[in-house]
Design a protein around this ligand. Structure first.
Ligand code: GDP
Ligand code: CA
Length: 321
């Protein structure tokens, strides 16, 4: 039987591995749990950047240069909003706006956010199970020298420049996990954590009560792909954020942020020096070229990661047999 795979993913880094998996794996055996804590309301519309990045990437509609937003976008609505005196630092394209109008409309009808996400994905031709960790409000806030900022204020408006002193996930204690996300972790044969920002893309998923526990107790083999290459992020503030949270700014920090949740870690070939120390912490380690720019690279990383996870999944099965 083809192993069932569940991927935990943020936005751009998450979408790269998601695309690689989608290219080589049967969609009905693949589930993706995305991050909703970056969501924010703009111009009365509910925007869900990480979920849209996943959806647009898997639909092959993403703007490949930016890594987010739709390809061939115009920004006439935004220009109109600017004329009306609105703040327009969140660059929402015209077609993208349609997604947010649709999402907001369905939310007002009381439809579950995860059903809306799945509906948008299906409408764009995505056949993979795209799941949300929770249908309840969950919002990342970061404390900087300017005080507490909403995540998009920090990430987009302030371009990640202020030093992050503290991170909190508003709503996490009251949030209920979706039964679909819990089931996808519990019934998976392999759970993968994408090369996403551990502090603000994966941690908010894990902060939903029940999700971390499901990952601790699942029978699945659990493997993360590190978002660091040569000890640095490819893009974005994950390296600085790990340091700010008191973790080493290396794969040791990535592993530490996932303590108790991992059987294996895929690290880049440039970070082979981290291997011994990671293995001393009881982690299986695989080194490979993890930079994913072209479609072939995404598929190869997906394939090698599955093969790595599958070797010790089989070993485990043999021990139990
Ligand atoms: P965001 O939500 O759009 O910020 O994206 P994610 O949290 O999913 O991913 C951000 C992380 O992806 C950054 O820390 C990057 O270092 C990492 N990343 C981006 N591209 C690659 C890649 O090609 N390979 C690896 N290993 N990591 C990547
Ligand atoms: Ca994000």
């Amino acid at each position: 039987m083809t192993p069932r795979i569940t991927l935990l993913a943020g936005g751009v880094g998450g979408a790269k591995l998601a695309e690689g998996l989608a290219a080589i794996y049967p969609p009905e055996r693949l589930s993706i749990i995305g991050n909703v804590a970056d969501d924010q309301e703009f111009h009365g519309l509910w925007v869900s950047p990480d979920i849209d990045t996943l959806t647009y990437s898997l639909a092959n509609l993403i703007d490949r240069k930016q890594g987010w937003g739709l390809t061939g976008e115009s920004h006439r609505v935004l220009a109109g909003l600017e004329r009306l005196g609105c703040e327009t630092w969140m660059s929402l394209g015209d077609q993208d706006m349609a997604t947010h109008i649709f999402r907001t409309q369905l939310r007002h009808q009381g439809i579950r956010p995860s059903a809306i996400a799945q509906k948008i994905a299906e409408s764009l031709g995505v056949t993979i199970n795209l799941l949300l960790p929770t249908d309840d409000p969950l919002q990342t806030r970061v404390r900087t020298e300017q005080g507490w900022l909403a995540f998009q204020e920090y990430f987009v408006r302030e371009r990640c420049l202020p030093e992050v002193q503290e991170v909190r996930f508003e709503g996490a204690t009251e949030a209920r996990a979706t039964p679909e996300a819990l089931a996808a972790i519990k019934t998976a044969d392999i759970v993968l954590i994408a090369p996403s920002n551990p502090v603000v893309s994966i941690a908010p998923i894990l902060a939903v009560p029940g999700i971390r526990r499901a990952l601790e107790t699942t029978r699945a083999v659990r493997v993360a792909v590190s978002p660091l290459i040569g000890g640095r992020t490819v893009k974005g503030p994950a390296d600085r954020m790990l340091s700010a949270m008191g973790y080493p700014c290396s794969n040791l920090g990535v592993a530490a942020s996932y303590t108790g949740l991992l059987d294996g870690l895929v690290i880049d070939q440039d970070d082979g020096a981290d291997r011994a120390e990671l293995e001393a912490k009881d982690l299986r380690v695989m080194t490979m070229a993890t930079l994913m720019t072209r479609a072939e690279e995404k598929a190869r990383v997906a394939e090698e990661t599955i093969a790595f996870a599958d070797t010790f999944r089989r070993e485990r099965e043999e021990v139990e047999a």
